[in-house]
Every structure is written in structure tokens, then in C-alpha cells.
Design a protein around this ligand. Structure first.
Ligand SMILES: NC(=O)c1ccc[n+]([C@@H]2O[C@H](COP(=O)([O-])OP(=O)(O)OC[C@H]3O[C@@H](n4cnc5c(N)ncnc54)[C@H](OP(=O)(O)O)[C@@H]3O)[C@@H](O)[C@H]2O)c1
Length: 294
């Protein structure tokens, strides 16, 4: 397919490279132009502005947050003003349910199609084409994107015909992951302070009742306190819990754990955690337990 990619950060760079590898014709835009260089060497065209990435059948956005997606979609010479009739905006960032609703309406009014397709998996998985992709939107539009999803992910699990459902599901998933990170951090602080080897403790967990990539990946990062460099930066994790709470507020769903996690992220950010991985909230419990010097 002829496809634009807007956003070549930790995730977008690997995703765009896999689109190229699968034989798609990719035109890439990034706010900081330097980041397009590696992709050009792999055969991509560069877009000097967002509009130049909108000349194909679809454009993928993989941007930081609502503000970035709003700017790129609704700004001057943005997606809404530039995509052709019937072209598809495939929004793969983790954004709010409210913005997904706005985009659905705005693209429909402009004669374009909108698919929300957020992803599970960290940058290593994006680079390896192993993401889990959760699309939602009109079935014809989701089907048209399948060759793109096949290039970027190991599994595509459509979740319905309303794009916003995919964004809600993604936020709920990150709420669950953050809950596991916090719980692992507390459990490791407990046994660690008593002198139990944290790595051996984690091996015990992940070889018995707590199998699965979330426990393995985040348990390892917490046990080794490997919070740098960030694969998924703490401010983005904070954003996801904020958006989860906003969706919960709209739906009148109390989520007391989410409120605790929101505070944990605030604590982390208040103590200089901006440049750390979001899993660094899993290191707070050890600090609270007086284990600063481990
Ligand atoms: N990292 C993960 O493990 C992971 C996993 C699943 C989902 N996600 C989600 O995927 C999205 C991207 O994550 P990431 O880790 O790739 O983030 P990232 O490395 O921080 O990249 C963010 C991208 O957004 C661009 N951007 C930010 N503000 C912008 C603006 N106002 N206008 C135009 N472009 C702007 C950045 O451009 P510059 O290069 O110019 O800064 C960059 O291309 C986020 O929604 C995140 O929640 C991340």
C-alpha cells in the first residue's frame, strides 16, 4: 500500500521500518526532521510537512499524546484537510476516548475513514514486528488496513466498529500493567528488605503462578532497577492513567486503584522521574521502605 507514517519516536520508527520491509511505499513525517534519516536509508520518502504524508490510501499516526494528535489532525495542512476521499487515518497512539470520538466525526464529515488501532508491546516488539494490534472501526476500513497490521504486528484482534472502543480497551490494558508494576514493586520491597534475593524471587514467581510477559518484563526491570533508558517514558504512563480516569469519570465507573496509580506517577515525576521508564513507579516502594542504597 501507499502509506504515510506520522511520528517516528520509540514506537513509530520500528513500525515504519517494518512497513517498508513488507514492501509498502512509505512516506514519513516527524516533527524533528533528523529522525527520518535512518528510514530514508531504508527506502522511505520524506514528508516535509504532514500534508505530504497524506497522499496515499492510508496514514498511520504514532504520536505521544492527545495534544500531538490534535495538532497533526486538526492543524493547518493537517490530516483532516489533506487526506483524500475515502483515505484512512489509522490512529495507533494511546489517546483519549474523547479524542477518538472527535476524530471519528471529523474524518467522516471530511469524507475520510478513521480506524483506531492502538498497540500492546514495547519498542523492541515494535522493531521486531511483533506488536499486538487492537483495531476498531468500520469493518471495510479495518479490513483495508490488514496488510499494514500484518507488517507491524504478530496478532490483530479487532474489537468492534466504534473506534473509541479500541482506545478504551488499550487504556484499560495499561491500567492493568501499571497495577502489576506497582504490586510487584511492593512485593519485591517486602521480600527484598528481609534479605531475599529479588532475582530468585522473580524466577520463583514467573515459573509458577505468575507466568506471562507482563510479570517477566516488568519484574526483571524492577528487580534490576533498570529504569533507564526509557522504552515507555514515565510521563506517557502518567498520561495513560489520567486518560483511564477521565474515561472512568465519563462512564461513572469508580476505579480506586487507578487513583492510587495516578498518585504514584505524580510522586515519580515530582522526584525527577521524567526521563525514566514508567516501570520506575515499581521502584518507589523500595524507597519508601528506606532501601535507597540498595
Ligand atoms: N513506548 C511504548 O512502549 C509504547 C507501547 C504502546 C503504546 N505506546 C504509545 O504510542 C505512542 C508513541 O509512543 P513512543 O514511546 O513512540 O513516544 P515517543 O518516543 O515520545 O515519540 C513521540 C512522537 O510524537 C511526536 N510528537 C510529540 N508531540 C508532537 C507534536 N506536538 N506535534 C507533532 N509531533 C509530536 C514526537 O516527535 P519528536 O521526535 O519531534 O519529539 C515523536 O515522533 C504514545 O501514545 C504511547 O502512549 C507506547
Amino acid at each position: 500500500m501507499k502509506v504515510g507514517v506520522v511520528g517516528l519516536g520509540h514506537m513509530g520508527a520500528g513500525m515504519a521500518a517494518n512497513l517498508l520491509r513488507a514492501g509498502h511505499e512509505v512516506t514519513a513525517y516527524n516533527r524533528t526532521p533528523d529522525k527520518t534519516r535512518a528510514l530514508v536509508e531504508k527506502g522511505a520518502h520524506v514528508a516535509a510537512q504532514v500534508a505530504d504524508a497524506c497522499r496515499g490510501e492510508a496514514v498511520v499516526t504514532m504520536l505521544a499524546d492527545d495534544g500531538a494528535v490534535e495538532e497533526v489532525a486538526f492543524g493547518e495542512k493537517g490530516l483532516i484537510g489533506s487526506l483524500g476521499n475515502g483515505a484512512i487515518h489509522v490512529s495507533m497512539s494511546t489517546i483519549s476516548v474523547a479524542l477518538a470520538e472527535r476524530l471519528t466525526t471529523a474524518h467522516a464529515n471530511a469524507g475520510q475513514r478513521f480506524v483506531a488501532a492502538p498497540v500492546f508491546g514495547r519498542p523492541e516488539m515494535a522493531a521486531a514486528g511483533k506488536l499486538f494490534i487492537v483495531p476498531a472501526g468500520a469493518p471495510d476500513a479495518v479490513d483495508a488496513c490488514r496488510p499494514l497490521f500484518a507488517a507491524m504486528g504478530q496478532k490483530t484482534i479487532p474489537i468492534g466498529d466504534q473506534p473509541k472502543a479500541a482506545n478504551l480497551v488499550k487504556l484499560s490494558g495499561n491500567f492493568l500493567i501499571a497495577s502489576v508494576i506497582e504490586a510487584l514493586g511492593e512485593a519485591m520491597a517486602l521480600v527484598g528488605k528481609a534479605g531475599v534475593d529479588r532475582r530468585r524471587y522473580l524466577d520463583l514467581l514467573t515459573s509458577t503462578l505468575f507466568t506471562g510477559p507482563v510479570y517477566e518484563t516488568y519484574g526483571g526491570l524492577i528487580a534490576e532497577e533498570k529504569f533507564e533508558p526509557p522504552g515507555f517514558a514515565a510521563p506517557l504512563g502518567h498520561k495513560d492513567i489520567r486518560l483511564t480516569l477521565a474515561a472512568a469519570e465519563t462512564l461513572r465507573v469508580p476505579m480506586p486503584f487507578a487513583a492510587v496509580l495516578h498518585d504514584r506517577f505524580l510522586t515519580l515525576l515530582a522526584h525527577g522521574g521524567e526521563a525514566l521508564d514508567w516501570s520506575a513507579i515499581g521502584g518507589l516502594a523500595a524507597k519508601d521502605a528506606g532501601q535507597e542504597e540498595r
